[in-house]
Design a protein around this ligand. Structure first.
Ligand SMILES: Nc1ncnc2c1ncn2[C@@H]1O[C@H](COP(=O)(O)OP(=O)(O)OP(=O)(O)O)[C@@H](O)[C@H]1O
Ligand SMILES: [Mg+2]
Length: 251
């Protein structure tokens, strides 16, 4: 299968109390087309740092992220624009990822306008997008604080898929939601993955959700990947003590 994202010898150091702290330590993996890859591990193990580097919100200390064989941290402005047409991210707290003073409809179509879609066209696409993520059309006139967390996360997903990306990075997108809403968002992702042929990186604490969505899994511990493989196999037959503990806590 075609390799889409390739992470090579990635490290990220932060200064903590005047000392170098390794938030990521020699991370290597590949995302192939059609994969849904889970990244799992306890709070502080480096998951968001990794996601932020993958989408160029942060720079690595050493190592490379290749998107279709080219290092994303060396992209020109034009290449970067192309990159963001193909790789999009959804964050943990949907309300915080929208401008509170902008109507949601205007926020959702922003990526479309950025790539040159005219406003009339973008407004038509907006209705399709809202239907795709099962939201009522009147949501477009509302502000983020006027809707629920689940609805807001659907808006964030609508915005991310508006430009038909190939890759969706989801950083704990269900953690702030109740159990039923979590499952609804997961079902939405399952549907969209098929409709849009998406490859997904799904960062989560929740192994039940991971099991339903992801064919592959990486287990992280203190900045390192300590176990990896097919989700079904790793969860059925974990090799590392830490993975066993994680499964016990979640079951
Ligand atoms: N800008 C920063 N400056 C210093 N340290 C940071 C910075 N960002 C993250 N860290 C540290 O790096 C480590 C990894 O943080 P990160 O947010 O990636 O963890 P995480 O796995 O996403 O955790 P959570 O599950 O709580 O979201 C943590 O120890 C964190 O304190
Ligand atoms: Mg995080």
């Amino acid at each position: 299968m075609q390799e889409i994202l390739k992470v090579i010898n990635l490290t990220k150091n932060y200064l903590k109390n005047d000392h170098d702290f390794k938030a990521l330590d020699d991370i290597n993996f590949t995302l192939k087309k059609g994969d849904s890859l889970a990244i799992v591990g306890e709070s502080g193990c480096g998951k968001s740092t990794l996601a932020n580097i993958l989408i160029r919100l942060e720079t690595p200390t050493t190592g490379e992220v290749l998107f279709k064989d080219k290092n994303i941290h060396q992209y020109s402005r034009q290449e970067l624009k192309q990159f963001y047409r193909q790789v999009q991210m959804v964050f943990q707290l949907p309300q915080e990822s929208f401008n509170p003073r902008q109507r949601l409809g205007d926020s959702i179509i922003e990526p479309l306008l950025n790539i040159g879609t005219n406003k009339a066209q973008a407004k038509q696409i907006l209705d399709d997008l809202l239907t795709k993520v099962a939201l009522p059309l009147e949501i477009k006139n509302k502000y983020p604080h006027q809707i629920s967390g689940g609805q807001c996360q659907r808006c964030a997903i609508a915005r991310a898929i508006s430009i038909k990306p190939q890759v969706l990075i989801c950083d704990e997108i269900t953690s702030a939601l109740d159990t039923i809403t979590q499952m609804e968002i997961l079902n939405l992702l399952l549907k969209l993955r098929q409709e849009l042929d998406l490859s997904i990186i799904f960062i989560s604490h929740d192994l039940a959700l991971v099991q339903k969505l992801c064919n592959k899994i990486l287990i992280m511990y203190q900045g390192k990947i300590i176990e990896r493989g097919l989700t079904s196999e790793v969860l059925k037959n974990p090799q590392e003590e830490y993975t066993k503990e994680l499964i016990n806590i979640c079951s």
